[in-house]
Design a protein around this ligand. Structure first.
Ligand SMILES: [Zn+2]
Length: 348
């Protein structure tokens, strides 16, 4: 029994060195093996490694994981922006070679921006407010007493001017001469405008109609006989008082010099004695821009200048058109030999 006791327990128990070494290993030189490094040896980590991988990495990687979505969105948006900019811009057709710009046309900016800017980023732009620009013809010519039949905005003009016993009307002569004068001016390249006696362009309050020259054409009465020997010839006048004396005088002088060449040819003098307030206070003078050079002419007396007024309208129109042409060209018109005196008033 003792043998048996001597035999086995000690050596056999001591034959399990790994267990003893493990418990005592901390003090033995083999402790170096049990450093954390040795624990990390593949043989021992085989079972634990999956646990630690599952627990730790997700917490660290997700911290900035959302950045990749942001980057992706940015790339997509940049791509869309580039594609949008590559779309062909609306091509403006080049103007035809014979294109002449309309002087009355309103200028509108048509240049498209280089980049296609979304509406979200557009800043409030200075959109040009439509300003009513008054039309400015070179010459406006009133056909005395003329009115378009049925014109809604033109009040009825009961007065057709002088009417002679044979039915000849003043308005027929003024309209005919005005038409001829107009076409002559237009043939010379002027923008001429025909107006009615009470034209819609007129404004009684703050008048803005301002042609470069304004002329109203009328014809005087049908007076005949020995008592009315004075009732012959023409006369030209401007407003009295004038708001633009120099230009008004120059317009009257240019018209007088030119028209007198025609009238004197048929012995029709400048009849300044018969200039009345009907001329110097002509209603349209107060309905256009006060600074507009404006004049009114009585081509002659329908009674005693009848043949001249009806048979020489082409020459009459040429005289008027030439006078307006001289004025519009800025000429300093020299008065004819008989200097008109527009301010003089006389006979009824
Ligand atoms: Zn008249």
């Amino acid at each position: 029994m003792s043998d048996s006791s001597d035999f086995k327990p000690l050596p056999r128990k001591s034959k399990t060195p790994p267990r003893k070494r493990q418990t005592v290993g901390a003090d033995t030189p083999s402790a170096a093996r049990r450093t954390p490094r040795s624990r990390a040896a593949p043989s021992e980590d085989k079972a634990r490694a999956p646990r630690s991988r599952r627990a730790r990495p997700p917490a660290q990687k997700n911290r900035f994981g959302w950045l990749k979505y942001v980057a992706f969105l940015m790339m997509v948006s940049v791509g869309v922006f580039v594609v949008a900019n590559m779309q062909p811009a609306p091509s403006a057709a080049p103007p035809p070679p014979a294109y002449t710009p309309d002087p009355e046309a309103t200028l509108v900016p048509t240049q498209a921006p280089f980049f296609a800017i979304p509406h979200i980023f557009e800043l409030p732009t200075n959109t040009p407010t439509p300003i009513p620009t008054p039309s400015v013809p070179d010459a406006a010519i009133v056909a005395g007493h003329w009115a378009v039949e049925g014109a809604a905005r033109v009040p009825d003009v009961p007065d057709s001017g002088a009417i002679c016993p044979d039915g000849t009307r003043e308005v027929d002569i003024t309209k005919s001469v005005a038409d001829k004068t107009l076409s002559l001016l237009q043939r010379r390249g002027y923008r001429a405008e025909l107006l009615q006696e009470f034209d819609p362009v007129y404004q009684d309050v703050n008048p803005t109609f301002a042609p470069r020259a304004f002329l109203s054409i009328h014809v005087d009465s049908c007076l005949q006989g020995p008592d009315y020997a004075y009732a012959t010839g023409y006369k030209i006048a401007h407003a009295e008082p004038s708001d633009n004396q120099i230009q008004d005088d120059r317009l009257v002088t240019c018209l007088t010099r030119s028209y007198d060449k025609v009238a004197s040819k048929y012995d029709k003098p400048f009849n300044y004695n018969t200039i009345t307030r009907n001329m110097t206070e002509y209603h349209a003078f107060r309905k256009i821009d006060p600074t507009t050079p404006a004049a009114i002419i009585e081509l002659g007396f329908l009674g005693q200048d009848y043949d001249f007024l009806l048979q020489h309208q082409d020459e009459i129109a040429q005289g008027l058109a030439r006078g307006l042409d001289d004025f519009l060209k800025g000429q300093t018109c020299v008065p004819p030999t008989v200097t008109p005196q527009p301010t003089a008033t006389a006979a009824p």
